[in-house]
Design a binder for this molecule. Structure first.
Ligand code: ADP
Length: 296
């Protein structure tokens, strides 16, 4: 398995507070990975470490086998769209495409221009005067024109309305599928991520809670409903991730290591959203379903 991004006990600290701690994970090539977690979980910190904007205080991060901090050559392979898509607002999209050509070796100006034309984005208007969705599309077009092997996107759709979000994610999927680009995308909008991502990294309170393929996560978890559980072992259950109880009944979200055959339990399949929320509720940051864009 080709690994694009690898973190080994990676840590970043601000003063005495760890923004990211003991982060170990790997991202296989060709994946569209979601980086999920509540505000302050450490998502931007991980992305900034991966693109070399921050220097680790502990452990290591490698992208295509290289340490990104101070590695200007390695940066040619990485596209990064920062939060709120900062662009020089007085420049037009056409001017930004030309500027990109002067700053990047493998620049595909035609690709950027075609994308912007297809999306109907005016090339001659200052980007500061475009809508949020249009600005996000300009930032994505510029990132793709770099023809990166890894594309990192920090909350790219946070400020967009649902329709613009869907259009943005669809156009992202179309372009990366053709080029075989690996993508790591942070967001707190679980429903969007479930639709487009095949790999998942969950961060909570500076620590990795989960990092695995979406299919394996869904296949390896179940919801069990049965008589009130006293905490004893259940055949086929490796760990109880989250439990809620009434006087007589328990509802458990469990990680399985085999079939659950005890007839006392009703066994249900779970979705990716259920798994993510269960692991997040287990962490120290309390998060309501509402905050996550999931109908309560
Ligand atoms: P997320 O992207 O998941 O919202 P961040 O990576 O931005 O989280 O932040 C992780 C933690 O690090 C938060 O507690 C945040 O307050 C802190 N942090 C981030 N950047 C700085 C900074 N420049 N100075 C001090 N603390 C910071």
């Amino acid at each position: 398995m080709d690994v694009v991004l690898e973190a080994d006990r990676l840590g970043k600290r601000y003063g005495r507070t760890w923004a990211l701690r003991d982060c170990s994970l790997h991202l296989p090539a060709g994946r569209i990975a979601a980086l999920v977690g509540p505000n302050g979980a450490g998502k931007s910190t991980l992305l900034h470490l991966a693109v070399g904007l921050l220097k680790p205080d502990a452990g290591a991060v490698r992208v295509f086998g290289r340490s990104p901090y101070g590695d200007t050559e390695g940066l040619a392979d990485i596209g990064f769209v920062a939060q709120d898509t900062p662009l020089y607002g007085d420049f037009t999209a056409a001017e930004l495409v030309i500027a990109g050509g002067k700053l990047n070796r493998r620049w595909d100006a035609g690709l950027a221009r075609n994308r912007l034309a297809q999306l109907g984005i005016p090339p001659d208007r200052p980007v500061g005067k475009l809508s949020g969705g249009q600005r996000a599309q300009v930032a994505l077009a510029l990132a793709l024109a770099k023809r990166p092997r890894l594309l990192l996107l920090d909350e790219p759709v946070a400020s967009l309305d649902p329709l613009a979000r869907r259009e943005f994610l669809q156009s992202l999927m179309g372009s990366v599928a053709d080029a075989g680009t690996t993508v790591l995308l942070s967001s707190h909008l679980l429903a969007d991520l479930e639709r487009i991502c095949d790999y998942l990294i969950v961060l909570n309170a500076a620590q990795v809670q989960l990092a695995d393929s979406a299919d394996d996560l869904v296949a390896g978890h179940r919801q069990l409903i049965g008589p009130r559980h006293d905490g004893g072992p259940i055949g086929g259950v490796a760990a109880i991730v989250r439990a809620s109880h009434t006087d007589r009944q328990s509802t458990l979200l469990v990680r399985t290591d085999g079939p659950v055959t005890d007839p006392a339990w009703t066994v249900r399949e779970v979705g990716l959203e259920d798994v993510i929320l269960a692991y997040l509720a287990d962490g120290s940051t309390q998060t309501s379903h509402d905050e996550w864009g999931v109908p309560a």
